[in-house]
Ligand binder design. Structure first.
Ligand code: SF4
Length: 246
């Protein structure tokens, strides 16, 4: 089975525990203003790669990955747009004892029967989900990502009910997603979940701006500076105030 792959990073250190073999899938439904992978948005393009091609390549890095307590992370784009491919990939990983992680925005979560059946099968082979919650406020979420957030919050609750370990991640963008009342509300939401292993604040950065320019698109957050370490720490405290770690 083939997947639509944007790129592969063989020594990722920020997308899950240990050293990660990170597969960036092609295609996303959201349009986050801070996206540093805007070239992954288009669905159905990218490089066609088979499960065995990826596994063969991954095997060459296994000694480093295993000794670091790492594994594979599928990121994007939005990996859950290609669940059948992920099922086959993770099944093979599990045969080799590799820790499996998905980095998702939850943007394509749905209660449709077919999606639910596929997702539940995939979760049998998934050790960890990194769930990026962009904003707790519906209107601000639409303005930031182009999409409402109800189904994303439902995805978080679904994972909690299924007892799937998650790391919740929040990109902190000054003036956009750093309002303290919003952070408190998001913190209360995170505190209502029973499967949270970790909460991470990802400070906004401008590293992907060149991709917007290369794609001929105007960068919407021009002029916004990354938050200070202190601001990121304060945000983390608000987000974790009521979390009971699983
Ligand atoms: S969900 Fe991720 S890949 Fe998709 S637009 Fe947002 S930041 Fe970019």
């Amino acid at each position: 089975m083939n997947g639509n792959i944007h790129s592969i990073e063989t020594f990722g250190t920020v997308d899950g525990p240990g050293i990660r073999y990170v597969v960036f899938t092609q295609g996303c439904l959201l349009r986050c203003q801070f996206c540093h992978n805007a070239d992954t948005w288009e669905i159905g393009t990218g490089k066609q790669m088979s499960v065995s091609e990826i596994i063969d390549d991954l095997k060459t890095y296994l000694p480093f990955i295993e000794s670091s307590g790492g594994g594979i992370t599928v990121s994007g784009g939005e990996p859950l747009l290609q669940i059948p491919f992920l099922i086959e990939l993770f099944k093979e990983c599990k045969k080799l004892g590799i820790h499996t992680t998905i980095d998702s925005s939850g943007g394509c979560f749905s209660h449709a029967e077919h999606f639910q059946a596929n997702l539940k099968e995939l979760l049998q082979y998934t050790d960890l989900i990194l769930l990026d919650i962009k904003h707790i406020d519906r209107k601000k979420h639409i303005s930031l990502t182009g999409m409402a957030n109800e189904h994303i919050l439902e995805f978080a609750q679904f994972l909690s009910a299924q007892n799937v370990p998650v790391w919740i991640r929040h990109v902190l963008v000054p003036t956009i997603s750093n309002d303290s009342d919003d952070l408190k509300k998001l913190g209360e939401f995170i505190g209502s979940l029973s499967n949270v292993k970790k909460v991470e604040v990802l400070p906004y950065h401008e590293l992907g701006v060149y991709k917007w320019e290369a794609l001929g698109m105007e960068y919407p957050l021009k002029g916004i500076q990354p938050p200070s370490d202190e601001e990121a720490q304060e945000a983390l405290e608000l987000l974790t105030a009521t979390v009971k770690y699983a």
